[in-house]
Design a protein around this ligand. Structure first.
Ligand code: PPS
Ligand code: ADP
Length: 197
């Protein structure tokens, strides 16, 4: 790390940016197994926020790995780096005054905590998309579990790579029992209760 880098304070602050948008900014950090419903719920929540005229943006695992994080594998080290970069990007979005919705497996507790620590109190909202492995495997929306079971994909989360459940998430949604509409309502209500929107 160079010693010759000095943080430049911008004239316009996060609070200024939030005030012209008419709401606060935060990150809704969805975490859960592949197929648990992260992308589905992230999109449903963003659609609702859009209808309410709130400024939001989705960062989704598959999409980010096409560009910014192209080349990162699913080894533990690369997953750490993946989440570290996303955390920094999410922080920029929050600084820009937006509600950022992220959909990454983010399987390691410690890495999620490091991301949480980048934010001010209340800005990082961990949403545990809780779904039993057998149900995710039954859904298998991309056919990846089948490939993992046959050995075509290695280090697949839940099969031969760990998933550490959140211990104290702000919100838990059990997608085996909770409809997409109800889950969206729970998350939007949380943002209202916390006076973010
Ligand atoms: N080995 C392995 N393990 C888990 N997932 C895999 C793997 N290989 C490819 N995929 C696809 O990549 C998506 C997960 O990427 P993430 O960036 O969210 O993963 S992580 O947070 O770095 O663990 C994940 O997307 P979701 O199904 O939306 O979770 C998969 O489509
Ligand atoms: N209550 C629910 N919430 C979210 N997804 C659900 C629910 N019930 C069934 N599903 C289905 O489960 C699958 C979840 O896939 P996806 O959203 O891509 O998960 P992830 O992003 O976690 O991999 C989708 O096909 C979705 O329609």
């Amino acid at each position: 790390m160079s010693n010759h880098i000095v943080w430049h304070q911008t004239i316009i602050s996060k609070g200024d940016r939030q005030s012209i948008k008419g709401h606060k900014s935060c990150v809704l950090w969805f975490t859960g197994l592949s197929g648990s419903g992260k992308s589905t719920l992230a999109n449903a929540v963003e659609l609702k926020l859009f209808e309410l005229k709130k400024h939001s943006y989705i960062l989704d695992g598959d999409n980010i790995r096409y560009g910014l994080n192209k080349g990162l594998t699913f080894s533990k080290e690369d997953r750490f780096e993946n989440i570290r970069r996303i955390g920094e990007v999410a922080k920029l979005f929050v600084d820009s005054g937006q509600i950022v919705v992220t959909a990454f497996i983010s399987p390691f507790r410690e890495e999620r905590e490091k991301v949480r620590n980048l934010f001010e109190d209340g800005e990082f909202i961990e949403v545990f998309v809780d779904c039993p492995l057998d149900e995710c495997e039954k859904r298998d929306p991309k056919g990846l579990y089948q490939k993992a079971r046959s050995g075509e994909i290695r280090e697949f989360t839940g099969i031969d790579s760990p998933y550490e459940e959140p211990l104290n998430p702000e919100i838990t949604i059990q997608t085996k029992d909770c409809t997409i509409d109800r889950a969206t309502e729970i998350i939007i209500n949380y943002l209202k209760e916390k006076q973010i929107i």
